[in-house]
Design a binder for this molecule. Structure first.
Ligand code: GAP
Length: 539
């Protein structure tokens, strides 16, 4: 699938716009248009419903060790600055950036790759931001140019190995930056904290400094005690939250995939340390299934367990759910969601202060005077199980998803092209979004075949009846073929047409988006029919 075609459809049909576009846009910020807002709301509502409100607390879910409870929260974006000091974000939530003195461009150190080449007695690292075949082709062209060689002299380039990360290169003197013409223009990597800083109240100095949250998770940890004290939840239980997060990404790119303002859908699941490995496995599989159920294809979706050396120091397991986004080189996948076993790291950090690893233990990090570097709340966040009479600090399993990345993946997966017969039976190119009906922004469109003979009145009645239950659309402008085409591009699963037969036998035509199948039902049964069709699609 050609990503440019999807980007153009998103703009043309009002799914996504660049933020502040009339002022030239702002890199890393995106606005959802009239159709996009419905699609993203449906993604978020499906997540909330499937994970929280429709969760059956009495049953043992397939693969789960026992029944569990789910509840929700909606915390503030700006929180006490100490939250980020204890969580580790203040000290550790950074990327390394590299600047090019020649092109004035900025790169994320770990996203630049390249390969070593020798020619004319010189050895140079040709850097690029692209991977795979494209990266190989680009580095070859740039090497020819740098060494002043022609295409036919390509054999004079002696390549040493494949594309490797710039992080493997310690001295940049012989590095040709991704957009540079001469070597040695890249600066050494510099640390850059990704949290957006702001000031609370009238104090503009460090006293008033605060941060826009880079994840929704911490709001859940700091409210753990409030939730336990104010509800009757018992471990095992999960707290879900969705909302905006902010990261000052060095290189936002790939449409909404890496944005600076985005929405997360996170669950912190609290359990007894003894059963946490089983719960980790349950959540990892449950979350993978959720994407499959909503239409992401098996071969473009994968569940990847992190290698032991990729794991955070406190984690005994992490897996990523990844999707083969079309903007990535073939064979590469992008993260949709991470599922992490976080042990008791988070609750202990907010009790005792920022933790560091010492041997096999996690201990509060101390400053030069032997005092905690970042003091915790001092509140007791342990849990007492009155059935087993045990007290422990719960372990946490964290399925952390991005609403914008999920929305983008659903859009990429849905984009389809085929040929359909037009009104004269001639083949016509068709673009359609094969969105799962639960996610489709509009569930059904209602058309009168022509604007006379009482057809608009009949169609409007059906529209109004359906509107009480679903987001439906009424359209009487242009030819019926054009109206179908517009709804196909919108991803509307069903179209209902009032025609001449409706006036005599009271039936309407229902057309299905993916199969183009058409059948007639009684006009008074439209609500029931659409309900059955949508239910069938959900089952
Ligand atoms: N609490 C854990 C956490 O935040 P993460 O892997 O940094 O983990 C979780 O983020 C999810 O949030 C990612 O899998 C992704 O879907 C989404 N996400 C993270 N950074 C993003 C960005 N810059 N733009 C869009 N989505 C992002």
């Amino acid at each position: 699938m050609d990503m440019d075609k999807l980007v153009s459809l998103c703009k043309r049909r009002g799914f996504l716009f660049q933020s502040s576009e009339i002022y030239g846009g702002l890199n890393g910020f995106w606005d959802y248009g009239p159709l996009g807002v419905e699609l993203k709301r449906n993604v978020k509502e499906s997540w909330w419903r499937d994970m929280v409100t429709a969760h059956d607390e009495l049953a043992t879910m397939p693969g789960a060790p026992e029944p569990y409870e789910m509840t929700g929260l909606d915390c503030t974006i700006i929180m006490h600055p100490q939250v980020w000091k204890c969580s580790g974000h203040y000290d550790l939530f950074h990327d390394f950036m590299v600047d090019c003195r020649e092109s004035k461009k900025r790169y994320r150190h770990d996203q630049v790759r390249g390969r070593w080449v020798e020619a004319k007695g010189r050895r140079v690292f040709i850097a690029t931001q692209v991977g795979g075949e494209e990266g190989l082709a680009e580095t070859e062209q740039r090497a020819l140019k740098l060494f002043n060689l022609r295409g036919k002299d390509v054999d004079k380039l002696a390549w040493q190995g494949d594309l490797v990360s710039l992080t493997t290169v310690s001295d940049f003197t012989d590095v040709l930056g991704p957009d540079a013409k001469e070597t040695g223009s890249l600066t050494p990597p510099r640390e850059f904290n990704l949290m957006f800083k702001t000031y609370v109240g009238a104090l503009s100095g460090e006293e008033g400094a605060a941060f826009l949250r880079p994840e929704t998770a911490q709001g859940i940890f700091v409210n753990f005690k409030n939730v336990c004290d104010s509800t009757r939840v018992k471990i095992p239980f999960g707290i879900a939250q969705m909302g905006k997060s902010f990261r000052n990404e060095i290189t936002p790119r790939n449409f909404t995939f890496r944005s600076r303002e985005f929405e997360q859908m996170e669950i912190e699941f609290f359990c007894n340390p003894k059963s946490s490995p089983e719960w980790y496995k349950y959540w990892r599989d449950r979350r993978y299934r959720w994407y499959l159920e909503l239409g992401l294809a098996g071969d473009r979706l994968r569940l990847r367990d992190h290698d032991q050396d990729e794991l955070s120091h406190y984690s005994c397991g992490t897996a990523d759910i990844e999707y083969a986004f079309p903007f990535l080189p073939p064979g590469e996948f992008g993260e949709l969601e991470g599922i992490a076993h976080r042990g008791d790291f988070d609750l202990r950090s907010h009790m005792e202060g920022k933790l560091v690893r010492q041997g096999n233990d996690l201990v509060p990090e101390l400053d030069a005077d032997g005092k905690p570097r970042h003091r915790g709340s001092g509140k007791d966040l342990s849990y007492f199980d009155d059935m087993t009479r045990e007290r422990y600090i719960p372990h946490v399993i964290e399925p952390s998803a991005g609403a914008d990345r999920a929305t983008l993946a659903f859009l990429c997966e849905a984009y389809q092209e085929d040929q359909v017969p037009d009104e004269k039976g001639q083949p016509r190119e068709r673009v359609f979004l094969r969105l799962h009906p639960r996610l489709a922004p509009i569930k059904a469109a209602v058309f009168p075949l022509v604007k006379r003979d009482g057809m608009p009145e009949l169609a409007q009645k059906i529209y109004r009846d359906l509107k009480q239950h679903y987001n439906v659309f009424y359209d009487e402008k242009s030819s019926i073929g054009k109206r179908y085409a517009r709804q196909d591009e919108t991803g509307t699963p069903f179209c209902i047409t009032v025609d001449g037969d409706t006036l005599t036998d009271g039936t309407v035509t229902i057309r299905e988006r993916d199969t183009l199948k058409q059948w007639r039902v009684s006009a008074d049964r439209c609500v029931e029919e659409i309900r059955t069709l949508l239910r069938g699609a959900t089952a």
